[in-house]
Design a protein around this ligand. Structure first.
Ligand code: UDX
Length: 429
């Protein structure tokens, strides 16, 4: 098959490389010339394990191309996948301008019976306006389908090659057959739904996971008021098969490019259909303020942050990525600076991003190792569970005591750290 993926962001690049690896001819199309030039050299503008290698392999096989030329790519493809960004606008409502720009730019070059697949996360109802926009610029027969993306950053290549399921939103049998065939090599269950159901499934999956995390965070906070240990509670309830203990570590709140945005969008969507008293509105507001409540407690426990030397370990929003969108560090670092702390930041991959994203301040410096960051620290914050951070032998490295240790992801052995003299603080334990 010949496929164009419009948008070479995270989802677009990974999808393009994976479809090419199945033997299809794939064009990755973007308006950003600089990005396209980089991708042609298999240089990925972000860190994602295994992606650069896959790009290189597929480009050298001659099945994967990157271009800025709509006419060249669209006019020879039978499937067009729209994978442009859908950022939140004010009030959390999704901003679809990139989707409509892409649709208007490609519509004049569509061939007869092309399938236009919406992979960008868009609210139900968007397909109707997309169809109208295409019809305004093209007189060919075409189909619109929805195929939401469920990959996680940091494991995007594996998630795309081996998804838990593929959701294909279409009522048309021939479209379903074609898109099923495209995904056969993944050997995953294929779920056929209507377009609206596919789009709701994407929002529902993210909103459920965000709610699950917010729920366990709240139970963790309650544990702190009565001496219970959240990790023991999770183990105890996890044996219930209806609950399970997977994907359920408490922390400072969820972040990243999807959960905060998609929850806000679903809240805005609920309000647009007059459903004002939404559970998700609470999930959103609890998560937005969670990290500040935790920092306030920490601040009290060490008599303020003024002039305290603090090592912040883990600046990305999660391990195995350099993405800092809605990363806890983007709230933690400005808060600590505001309170007069002297910060050394460390991350295995996100240091360059951090220099762009975090405020420039005389009290904020970056180090190239954990050792340097924690040297002389009054407080160590292990913010993100990078393997390098959680396997670091903190308990063997104590020089001057007492040092406060905030284990923001409950990754460390509390007793071992306490025995080594740290003043340990986890989440809900
Ligand atoms: C998420 C979804 O998992 C994925 O299906 C969707 O396509 C995009 O959004 P991603 O944002 O890459 O993927 O990361 P994920 O690993 O799911 O983590 C999201 C956030 O939740 C992170 O801030 C993470 O630290 C947090 N989290 C996750 C928790 O706080 N506790 C958990 O148990 C799991």
């Amino acid at each position: 098959m010949k496929i164009t993926i419009v948008g070479t962001g995270f989802v677009g690049v990974v999808s393009a490389a994976v479809y090419a690896s199945f033997g299809h001819t794939v064009f990755g199309l973007d308006v950003d010339e600089k990005k396209v030039e980089m991708l042609k050299q298999a240089q990925v503008p972000f860190f994602e394990p295994g992606l650069s290698e896959l790009l290189q392999e597929q480009q050298s096989k001659g099945t994967l191309f990157f271009t800025t030329n709509y006419q060249e790519s669209i006019s020879q493809c039978e499937i067009i996948v729209i994978a442009v960004g859908t950022p939140s606008s004010s009030q959390g409502k999704v901003d679809l301008k990139y989707v409509y720009n892409a649709i208007e730019s490609m519509a004049p070059y569509l061939q007869e019976n092309t399938i236009v697949v919406l992979k960008s996360t868009v609210p139900p109802g968007t397909a109707d306006t997309v169809i109208a926009s295409i019809k305004a610029k093209s007189s060919v027969n075409f189909h619109v389908a929805s195929m939401p993306e469920f990959l996680k950053e940091g494991s995007a290549v594996t998630d795309t090659l081996h998804p838990d399921r593929v959701v294909i939103g279409t009522d048309d049998t021939s479209v379903f057959a074609k898109l099923s065939e495209l995904h056969q090599p993944m050997q995953a269950p294929i779920v056929q739904t209507s377009i609206a159901s596919a789009q709701m499934a994407k929002y529902a999956a993210n909103a459920y996971l965000a709610t699950r995390i917010t729920f366990i965070n709240e139970i963790a906070d309650l544990c702190e008021t009565n001496g219970a240990d959240i990790q023991e509670v999770i183990t105890a309830i996890g044996y219930d098969k209806r609950i399970g203990s997977h994907y359920w570590y408490p922390g400072v709140g969820y972040g990243g490019s999807c959960f905060p945005k998609d929850v806000k969008e679903l809240v805005a969507y609920s309000q647009s259909v007059n459903y004002m008293d939404s559970l998700l509105a609470r999930v959103n507001s609890i998560n937005d303020t969670r990290v500040y409540r935790i920092l306030e407690k920490l601040e009290k426990s060490m008599a303020g942050f003024q002039q305290k030397k603090i090592a912040v370990l883990g600046l990305a929003f999660k391990p195995n990525t350099d993405d800092m969108r809605e990363a806890p560090s983007t709230k933690v670092v400005p808060y600590l600076l505001e309170k007069g702390a002297i910060i050394k930041g460390y991350d295995p991959k996100a240091l360059e991003t951090a220099k762009q994203v975090l405020p420039q301040h005389e009290n904020l410096t970056y180090t190239s190792s954990i050792e340097e960051a924690i040297h002389d620290a009054d407080l160590i914050i292990a913010l993100i569970e990078w393997q390098e951070i959680i396997s670091y032998p903190f308990a063997n490295q104590v020089a001057t005591l007492p040092i406060h240790f905030f284990d923001a992801r409950n990754q460390f052995n509390k007793n071992a750290l306490q025995n080594a003299g740290y003043i340990y603080k986890g989440v809900g334990r």
